[in-house]
Design a protein. Structure first.
Ligand code: ADP
Ligand code: MG
Length: 736
């Protein structure tokens, strides 16, 4: 990837947690990780290698050892990123590492202890403090969402029925990139509210899991904060900047054991490995810079982080390590992973006036509500003027913001009160008026009652409007409004100083790292040899040094090769297992499912490129339902089935019995009692007497049927009839 002016690399920092009690009591003393904070280096000792083997050294943007404070990490490595988000950049922080190395500790920490609060709560503080201190011409809207990816399914953690909600789908928008469809997003007005959102999500995460640690080590948690800021630009128009912050706590990076597991567990392990190896492949492809294809689409995680890796975002990766010797393999894998990520180049840019800014919508809605309120105010003023005969003057304060809402509300209240009193007075006057007839009085009183009712209704509507206006407005945070404490200035200074120190140490480290590289290069240039002997000595020393380096690199190559072989073997194993399962399924299909059923199913299968998987088409496609209905011939108008003109006439005439049974489905129940006349032998004896048709229950039935046939549209109880009628009206239109 070519470096251009606006590109910057992913910042990678490494943090090592202290040895825990179990590890201390288990292994030999001391960990295998050493850190040089000044140089930003991690030195790793292989516990299985002979002491002569050189230790492995990795250099990062910053390293944090077991004694590091949460605050240090935040101020030095996270604060600049959050500042960028507040300025309208996209930002991502993700914690990567083996389970139990401190990812969650780094991201969330212990909430109760201010010293141990992690990146997320500190970011909340930072964002809201920034807003309260900014200038009053800025308006902010802060939103938060929380989701997790578990077994390649995206789940909304803020959805109240998280447990049985279906998985959400990813969608792509050419303007805004990949997003999660139907994800809950909460507008937050304070630190407390956003913390509440976080807690709700954490609880939802814990509820679904039997073992929280087990679950969290197998799922990725993404907390998303969107900060929208509107500020008048030099052109006088309000411009909106949108910063999106992704705070990601990844699943444990250790390879999920797959030996001996089958079925669901195997699938789970394969899926967890999939997203992490997809992440690894994306990082490798980006770091390599030569590969034209970056496999973002291989997993949900990489699709969601697409912008953060090689796209429009500033990214910080925190790789967490454990110091215990038994985890050497995982530790070195993590370090290699992190080392590769350093080379990724991003192209962050400020998101200015994006199309999907919610703040713009909010501002428009508020303006609309305010206009409505003003209109009401104007109307009530006019009424007042009519009633009181007072001249109404425009206040001229209609455009002023601020206490507008309250003022309007107060005036409206006053107007309603006055109006009520007036109506009450008039009612009294009517009651007291003897010249009026009782009827007239009643009518007038009724009228006044109605007017009062209208008035109350109007007041209610006004109250609702004001409430909506207030609710909308309260969602927007205005800069500079919430300053209450006097210590603010001092605190601000303190923070600035802290920032400066962090910045300085960052620069110092960078310089040290550069110096180290340059030292090697310039040493030989500066060297002048007085004697041959000296030159030989110096060159031998250098040769030794280079030889050691060569050995190191050779060992590294060997290691990487070994790792490749290992992961290849694992992939092959997975492939074998999956093939076996596939064969098993084929066996079932071939032997136990009738071919026509199989074909039916196969015909319903379609590939969804958006989701990257096969899906069933619904049996009756929702949109084609109405099309099918429209295909009915026009001869069926109003009838259950097509009837010829001749038949219709015949029905109308009631002549031929052949047509009596038309539309028999609509016949009402025949409630006539069964014919239980005793057998009259005398009637039988007289063969000339035909049974009287006129009195038979069949006649009644036929009559009903006929009357129905003649007025088919009057039947309303059947839903099919309704749709038929609709079809009837729709068909000519469709035919044209
Ligand atoms: P992960 O999320 O990576 O699985 P956790 O954050 O749950 O790991 O950390 C495992 C344990 O280690 C927790 O008890 C946590 O308090 C502790 N721990 C992790 N990092 C640190 C640290 N830097 N300092 C002190 N304790 C830590
Ligand atoms: Mg965790």
């Amino acid at each position: 990837m070519s470096k251009n002016k606006s590109s910057e690399s992913v910042k990678v920092v490494v943090r090592c947690r202290p040895l825990n009690r179990r590890e201390e009591s288990n292994g030999p003393a001391g960990g295998i990780v050493q850190m040089d904070l000044r140089l930003g280096q991690v030195i790793l000792r292989n516990p299985r290698a002979p002491p002569s083997e050189p230790q492995k050294t990795f250099t990062f943007d910053a390293v944090y050892d077991a004694n590091s404070k949460q605050r240090d990490l935040y101020d030095e490595s996270v604060r600049p990123l959050i500042d960028s988000v507040l300025a309208g950049f996209n930002g991502t922080i993700f914690a990567y590492g083996q389970t139990g190395t401190g990812k969650t500790y780094t991201m969330q920490g212990a909430w109760m202890d201010p010293e141990k609060r992690g990146v997320i709560p500190n970011a909340f503080d930072h964002i809201f403090t920034h807003i309260s201190r900014s200038q009053s011409d800025k308006q902010y809207l802060v939103r938060a969402s929380y989701l997790e990816i578990y077994r390649e399914e995206v789940r909304d953690l803020l959805d109240p029925n998280h447990g049985n909600a279906r998985a959400l789908e990813l969608r792509e928008n050419p303007d805004t990139g990949v997003y999660v469809q139907d994800l809950t997003s909460c507008v937050c007005k304070s630190i407390k509210e956003i913390e509440e959102v976080m807690n709700v999500g954490n609880q939802a995460r814990a509820v679904g899991a039997t073992d929280m640690n087990e679950h969290s080590s197998r799922s990725h948690a993404l907390f998303l904060i969107t900060v929208e800021c509107s500020q008048p630009g030099p052109d006088g128009r309000k411009h909106i900047r949108v910063g999106r912050l992704n705070l990601v706590d990844l699943a444990g990076s250790e390879r999920q054991a797959k030996t001996g597991v089958q079925g669901e567990r195997l699938k789970e392990a394969a899926k967890i490995n999939l997203s992490l190896s997809a992440l690894g492949n994306v990082i490798s492809a980006l770091a390599d810079g030569r590969s034209s294809h970056v496999p973002y689409r291989d997993s949900k995680l990489t699709r969601l982080l697409q912008d953060s890796l090689g796209g429009n975002a500033k990214t910080v990766m925190v790789a967490t390590l454990g110091p215990a010797p038994q985890h050497y393999d995982e530790t070195i894998t993590t370090l290699r992973y992190a080392n590769r990520a350093k080379n990724i180049q991003n192209q962050p840019k400020v998101n200015e006036d994006p199309k999907d800014a919610l703040l713009r919508e909010f501002q428009m809605e508020i303006a609309r509500l305010r206009a409505q309120l003003n209109h009401r105010k104007w109307r009530s003023q006019q009424k007042k003027e009519l009633v009181d005969g007072e001249g109404w003057e425009r206040d001229g304060d209609e455009d002023t913001e601020g206490e507008e809402g309250e003022e309007v509300e107060k005036e409206a209240e006053e107007y309603v009160k006055q109006e009520e009193q007036r109506l009450e007075r008039e009612k009294e006057a009517i009651r007291g008026d003897r010249s009026l007839l009782a009827e007239e009085k009643q009518r007038l009183l009724g009228e006044k009652e109605r007017m009062m009712g209208d008035l109350r209704k109007e007041q209610e509507a006004a109250e609702q409007l004001t409430a909506r206006y207030k609710a909308m407005e309260s969602k927007l945070l205005v800069g500079g409004k919430n300053i209450i404490d006097h210590t603010n200035e001092q605190q601000k200074m303190l923070e600035m100083k802290r920032n400066e120190i962090a910045e300085q140490s960052r620069r110092e480290r960078e310089m040290q790292q550069q110096m180290l590289v340059q030292d090697d290069e310039t040493l030989e240039l500066r060297e002048t040899f007085t004697s041959l002997q000296q030159e030989v000595e110096a060159k031998t020393k250098k040769l030794k040094k280079l030889y050691a380096k060569l050995q190191c690199i050779k060992a590294e190559i060997q290691d990487v090769n070994d790792e490749h072989v290992r992961s290849r073997q694992e992939l092959e194993q997975t492939q074998n297992e999956l093939t076996r399962e596939l064969k098993f399924k084929y066996l079932i299909i071939e032997n136990f499912i009738p071919p026509e059923e199989k074909n039916k199913i196969m015909n319903r299968l379609t590939f969804d490129p958006e989701e990257d998987q096969w899906k069933f088409q619904p049996l009756v496609p929702a949109e084609s339902k109405s099309l099918q209905m429209k295909k009915r011939p026009t001869s069926a108008v109003g009838y259950k089935r097509p009837i010829s003109q001749y038949a219709r006439v015949a029905i109308a005439m009631g002549a031929h019995s052949r047509y009596r049974a038309e539309n028999i489905m609509f016949l009402e129940l025949d409630m006539t009692p069964p014919n239980t006349a005793s057998l009259d032998r005398s009637a039988e004896a007289d063969p000339n007497q035909s049974p009287s048709l006129d009195n038979s229950p069949t006649k009644d039935r036929v009559r009903k049927s006929r009357s129905w046939c003649q007025t088919p549209k009057s039947i309303t109880s059947s839903s099919s009839n309704v749709s038929l009628a609709a079809c009837h009206t729709a068909t000519p239109a469709a035919a044209q």
